[in-house]
Design a protein around this ligand. Structure first.
Ligand SMILES: C[S@@+](CC[C@H](N)C(=O)[O-])C[C@H]1O[C@@H](n2cnc3c(N)ncnc32)[C@H](O)[C@@H]1O
Length: 289
């Protein structure tokens, strides 16, 4: 722990606000690296506390903030961590920063099966930092996860997060192309979830530098129309899902109609578009026969 003068900290905060440097990002950095939340900071002020204990010394914190100011590097990569649902996950440059809208996938998946004690085998295709599968096994104690990713470094991040958050070995991790490492589970998977790379070329090219320069292209870019990977995932799904098994996909704001047509072509029914909290048709789901 490092003892820091609250006066000095609040003067710095005042300066950041005055220079419009991104105060919310500063609070996030302070929380992730310093271990103090915005509401705890407010209490310091109310209680007129002279000193505050942080998990990082002031010089190192200033260096990290400068990295953000100079490079527009996302705070989550600077701190090597992020909050997602109920947990703090570790991150590296090899994985996408998990987005808030993706959190809803966990509810959608959990709500599909209502009989609590049935054993469910689910696949999380393109697991990244492991957020979706880890949250699912924590919330559904009888579920067993199979998490895949094409990038071995992403798999290592996910495994580390799994070890930190779960005491049980309820997820197996595999490196490979979508379903390909899951051959021995053919016809046995009850549910598959994927937040695949779905950004079309024209949109990818115009992404802000804070995304394009730092987040892995392999995690974002979905080919010319954004549907390259989604098509692969859907076309192989019938080999792996049980009859009556579900597929949940996250997609770009305008892709759901096309995805439903694809799902229909491959034998899915009960097709549905689900809006995210911003009212965008962010998720498409279907049931295999
Ligand atoms: C949009 S990110 C999603 C990461 C994480 N599931 C999340 O929601 O934050 C897509 C993930 O798919 C992985 N990926 C890309 N191409 C893949 C492929 N052909 N097979 C398996 N995974 C792939 C990327 O490495 C990346 O981790």
């Amino acid at each position: 722990m490092f003892e820091i003068s609250t006066k000095e900290l609040f003067l710095w905060i005042k300066d950041i606000k005055k220079n419009k440097q991104g105060i919310d990002d500063f609070y996030l950095l302070l929380d992730l690296l310093g271990g103090i939340s915005k509401s705890e900071l407010l209490l310091l002020k109310i209680n007129a506390q002279e000193k505050v204990n942080l998990n990082i010394d002031l010089i190192s914190l200033k260096k990290k903030w400068l990295e953000y100011i100079k490079l527009s590097k996302p705070i989550q990569y600077i701190s090597g961590s992020t909050y997602w649902r109920n947990f703090k996950f570790e991150l590296t440059n090899d994985v996408l920063i998990p987005r808030v809208e993706t959190e809803q996938i966990v509810e959608i998946a959990s709500n599909i099966f209502d009989y609590e004690d049935k054993k469910i085998i689910f696949a999380d295709l393109g697991t990244g930092s492991g957020t979706i599968s880890i949250s699912l096994v924590v919330e559904n104690s009888n579920w067993k996860g199979l998490a895949t990713d094409i990038d071995i470094n992403a798999i290592q991040v996910a495994q580390k997060n799994h070890k930190k958050i779960c005491s049980e070995s309820n997820i197996n991790f595999y490196c490979g192309n979508w379903w390909e490492p899951l051959k021995k589970y053919s016809g046995r998977i009850n549910l598959a979830i994927s937040n695949p790379p779905y950004i079309p070329r024209s949109v990818y090219e115009k992404l802000p530098s804070s995304v394009k320069d730092f987040e892995p292209k392999i995690a974002l870019y979905g080919g010319e129309d954004g549907l390259y990977h989604i098509q692969q995932i859907i076309s192989d799904a019938p080999k792996f899902l049980v009859k009556g098994g579900w597929l949940i996909l996250e997609n770009h704001f305008d892709q759901s109609k096309k995805i439903k047509n694809l799902l229909r072509d491959y034998g899915f029914n009960s097709l549905k578009t689900i809006n995210d909290t911003f009212g965008i048709g962010r998720f498409t789901i279907g049931r295999y026969k």
